[in-house]
Each structure stands twice: as C-alpha cells, then as structure tokens.
Write a protein of this length. Structure first.
Length: 77
C-alpha cells in the first residue's frame, strides 16, 4: 500500500506538470465531432501515456533508492 501511495503522489505531480495531455483529451471530448481537433486526441493520449510511464519509472527508482539506503543502514550497524 505504501508503494501505491508513493505512485499516486508521483502520478499527481506528473499530471500537474504535464496537464496539457488531459486538457487536450477534455477539449477533444467536449467539442462536437470535428476533424480539425483530431490531433488533440492523439497528442493528449501520447502526453498522458508518457506522464504515466514517467510516474512509474520515478516510483521504481525511488523505491530502489530507499531499499539501497535501508540496506546500507543495516550493514553499517
């Protein structure tokens, strides 16, 4: 559960920094079907997917760093 909370915090941060992806998706679905805004759908998906992947990567790196720090503390005592 601690890992999931960490992921949610990092995901929220990534979505704040990369808010343009979800905004593109919201605008695309809020407007009437119009071929001129189709690019917003695709770019919104790409940007949002990249945000999720970055959050997963940061979560993994943070957990690994904590594990290494915990291992160093246990070996130094």
């Amino acid at each position: 559960m601690q890992t999931f909370r960490l992921y949610l915090k990092i995901q929220a941060m990534c979505l704040v920094f990369g808010i343009v992806g979800p905004i593109f998706l919201a605008v695309y679905f809020a407007t009437q079907p119009d071929p001129t805004v189709r690019w917003m759908y695709y770019w919104g998906l790409v940007i949002t997917a990249i945000d999720v992947l970055i959050a997963l990567g940061l979560t993994d790196q943070t957990l690994r760093a904590r594990q290494v720090a915990g291992d160093e503390r246990s070996t130094s005592s």
